[in-house]
Design a protein. Structure first.
Length: 337
């Protein structure tokens, strides 16, 4: 099985952070979202992964490299304009060949991985297998209508009046027949080639199109609140690791990971907390629910339920909770304390 990882989105809902980096490289548990995605693709047996990139292609390539450290081979494919998910699959036609493949949206997190959906796809053998999950308000997603046997009757993109509560998540499993469907559809009113339209084309033709319900933790991390909530969720079950230095005037409570080369001085760390390599924390209270990136400096601060990006200095202040903290004072918070 091959894989296609879509990483060309602009991330307008994560401004101003996405003025200087792509949304897919923002971290969850001190790892770029795309790194989580590549590992999940490797775990389902995909060793050849095409990465569709846009204007941030160089930064994404610099972050992921050739894929060897993940145990995969990455091929970068440029999409010059955001013409839709089906367009991404179409431009990857020569890369995909006649192989079965999985399409993974690069701003999605599947914490428990995709091994179970991949196994169902291989065993049942449909032309398309969607991954779905009930959502209270699925209007921002594709929405699927299923039979009791999980065969897809209808799928529609971002409907104003959803026909069900089943949101289509960002992991699609395809046989090569999807290429014929993509060549047969036309742009939607949004001006894009919609992957859901290609799937519906196969449904209307009578092909077997199925769905599996994803029972694990899933998020589309296109908004600050989803990125922060995902970071805190990933900290659950953290394995304590005090590889860094902790002085005699500091204390650690609960599950805390202090990376190699990090230093904690005269501070209180309340787990779960993850501190990246090379970071210095002094005269501060950090936690619970905090991830501090690599090579940061936190001084005389109080931080809870937040994510601090790599290389950021936090110096004093009244403290904050529920915030994404970036360089040069960039701050987006769910709440203030």
């Amino acid at each position: 099985m091959k894989a296609l990882l879509l990483a060309g989105g602009k991330g307008s809902r994560l401004l101003p952070f996405t003025r200087t980096m792509p949304k897919q490289l923002l971290p969850v548990a001190n790892r770029p979202v795309l790194a989580h995605a590549v590992e999940h693709l490797r775990s389902v047996g995909a060793r050849d992964v095409g990465v569709v990139v846009g204007e941030w292609g160089r930064q994404i390539r610099d972050s992921l490299g050739d894929g060897s450290r993940f145990g995969v081979r990455l091929t970068y494919l440029r999409q010059d304009s955001p013409d839709g998910l089906a367009h991404c699959v179409g431009l990857a036609r020569s890369f995909l060949g006649d192989d079965d493949f999985v399409v993974y949206l690069g701003d999605n997190l599947f914490k428990e991985g995709l091994e179970a959906p991949a196994r169902t796809f291989r065993e049942r053998g449909p032309q398309v297998q969607l991954t779905v999950q009930p959502r209270p308000d699925p209007r921002d997603f594709g929405v699927a209508v299923l039979t009791p046997g999980n065969r897809v009757l209808r799928v529609v993109e971002k409907p104003d009046h959803p026909p069900s509560d089943l949101a289509v998540l960002g992991a699609y499993f395809f046989r090569p027949s999807i290429h014929e469907a993509i060549s047969s559809i036309r742009p939607s009113p949004r001006g894009e080639l919609e992957l859901t339209d290609a799937v519906q084309w196969l449904v209307d033709r009578g092909d077997e199109v199925t769905a599996v319900r994803y029972d694990g933790y899933w998020r589309d991390v296109g908004r600050v609140e989803d990125l922060l909530e995902s970071g805190r969720h990933y900290l659950e079950g953290l394995t304590p690791d005090l590889s860094g230095a902790l002085d005699a005037e500091s204390s650690v409570e609960g599950a805390v990971e202090i990376g190699s080369g990090a230093k904690v001085m005269r501070s209180r760390i309340i787990g779960p907390v993850m501190v990246g390599e090379g970071t210095v924390i002094e005269d501060s209270v950090v936690g619970p629910g905090v991830t501090v990136g690599r090579d940061c400096h936190v001084r005389a601060a109080s931080i809870a339920r937040s994510t601090v990006l790599d290389g950021v200095t936090v110096d004093g202040g009244d403290g904050f909770s529920g915030c994404l903290v970036g360089p040069e004072g960039l701050l987006a918070c769910q709440e203030s304390t």
